[in-house]
Ligand binder design. Structure first.
Ligand code: DOR
Ligand code: ZN
Length: 436
């Protein structure tokens, strides 16, 4: 049994934010209340061994749920695999991760869904929930057997990494999504507008002489998908929103009652295109980093609820690939281990975003939208839980990262504020930043 004493509990699912004591017993949340005495707690332990944690000055909240993680297994295990990725997840404060389907081969059948699920269970760290593709082979033309894949354990459907370019295929997918009850996760990027672009089109891309991706490559597909979601009544989730125009389109669609949610990645909240230099392939990401104005609109949209969730888009790549010239390096940032602390550092500490909103957007809302366990510390639920220490200091360096990937812009940074204990189903899986 665990007794977290005098800890600041953040649980937006119960509208709790304040100092409390938390008891975990038999893998479940037993009680959250204040002023427990040792006798009372020992009485409740009923012989189970008791570990008491002094939680003063620390936060506890439901484990983060990341709805956008690339784990690369099967097929590209040199970049990451389900074991290394799920260890990185718990190191970063995530107790559930949704594994993106753009593996090799893509997760487009029930057998592959079951494979990912099984590998996640075998790893035994974060819950790993497979996302299935929307179309066979991610080719954008023929829909997968969604109902069958749902029965096998798929948690959502997405061709992420690639846009579904054919609007009739997207429309049909949303029709079917209504039947499974799961959202279609859309990677909004018009293929023709994006062309061979390498970064956001603008003053910086012009100065650097790099081919640009216009903001409209994203927003025209956001607009299209919102129209199709409204027409079909299907559930839509928009991945990695990166432009001010997309935020405005979502705001208007929500006002009309469209069944849409959207996510933003930490890197789009923290960086902008001006910060990219010709050797900074680590900041080469898709969708590309936008302007300062986009970043402001994303932060405001997240704060006011237009954007519902934060998601990492953890995209591990090898150093060999990422050290190629800018034009040849792959898109993506590996972020599971640093994302929460980065948001703490760059957004919560400067007062741009409350920590309560971060927990809501990264745990409570993902659980509700995707119908998952977790996202709450209600008594009786399985204890997927994080203890966050705002004073814990660490340098981000390649010797401590447990992901296989090193493509993070934060190498060498020393921050204060990290998840220092993580429980999955009441089992401690990370302590003082060491994965157990
Ligand atoms: O930067 C990205 N990397 N964006 C995507 O949409 C895909 C991802 C990947 O798979 O590497
Ligand atoms: Zn994507």
């Amino acid at each position: 049994m665990w007794w977290l004493k005098d800890v600041w509990v953040i649980d937006p699912s119960q509208k709790v934010s304040g100092p409390q004591d938390v008891l975990v017993k038999g893998g479940q949340i037993l009680e959250i209340s204040s002023g427990m005495t040792e006798e009372e707690v020992l009485g409740k332990a009923q012989g189970e061994s008791l570990e008491t944690i002094n939680g003063k000055g620390k936060f506890v909240f439901p484990g983060l749920i990341d709805v956008h993680t690339h784990l690369r297994e099967p097929g590209q295990e040199d970049k990451e695999d389900i074991l290394s990725g799920s260890r990185a997840a718990v190191r970063g404060g995530f107790t559930t991760i949704l594994a993106m389907a753009n593996t090799h081969p893509p997760i487009d059948s029930r057998a592959l869904v079951e494979f990912v699920l099984r590998q996640g269970e075998r790893a035994g760290y974060a819950h790993v929930l497979p996302i299935g593709t929307v179309t066979k082979g991610m080719q954008g033309s023929e829909l997968v057997e969604m109902a069958d894949m749902k029965a096998g354990g798929a948690a959502a459907f997405s061709d992420d990494g690639k846009n579904i370019q054919n609007p009739e295929v997207m429309r049909l997918a949303l029709e079917y999504a209504k039947l499974t009850g799961f959202p279609i996760i859309s990677h909004c990027e018009d293929k023709d507008l994006a062309g061979e672009g390498l970064m956001r089109r603008g003053v910086t891309s012009g100065r650097m002489g790099l081919r640009g991706i216009p903001a409209s490559a994203e927003s025209v597909i956001v607009a299209r998908d919102l129209i199709l979601a409204e027409e079909t009544g299907g559930k839509l989730h928009l991945a990695h929103i990166s432009t001010a125009e997309s935020v405005e389109l979502i705001r208007r669609a929500k006002a009309r009652g469209v069944d849409v949610t959207a996510e933003v990645n930490p890197h789009h909240l923290i960086f902008c295109d001006e910060e990219i230099g010709i050797t900074d392939t680590v900041l080469k990401v898709n969708p590309p980093l936008g302007s300062r104005g986009d970043r402001e609109a994303l932060i405001e949209g997240l704060a006011d609820g237009t954007i519902d969730m934060i998601a990492t888009d953890h995209a591990p790549h090898t150093q060999a690939e990422k050290t190629r010239p800018f034009a040849e390096a792959p898109f993506g940032i590996a972020s599971l281990e640093t994302a929460l602390s980065a948001v703490w550092q760059y957004l919560v500490l400067p007062g741009r975003l409350s920590f309560d909103r971060v927990v809501e957007a990264w745990s409570v809302t993902p659980a509700q939208r995707f119908g998952l366990n977790g996202g709450t510390l209600k008594p009786g639920v399985s204890a997927d839980m994080v203890l966050f220490d705002p004073d814990f200091k660490e340098e981000i360096n390649s010797t401590t990262l447990v992901s296989k990937a090193r493509n993070t812009p934060f190498l060498g940074k020393t921050w204060q504020g990290f998840p220092v204990m993580v429980w999955v189903e009441g089992r401690l899986v990370q302590r003082d930043r060491t994965v157990i």
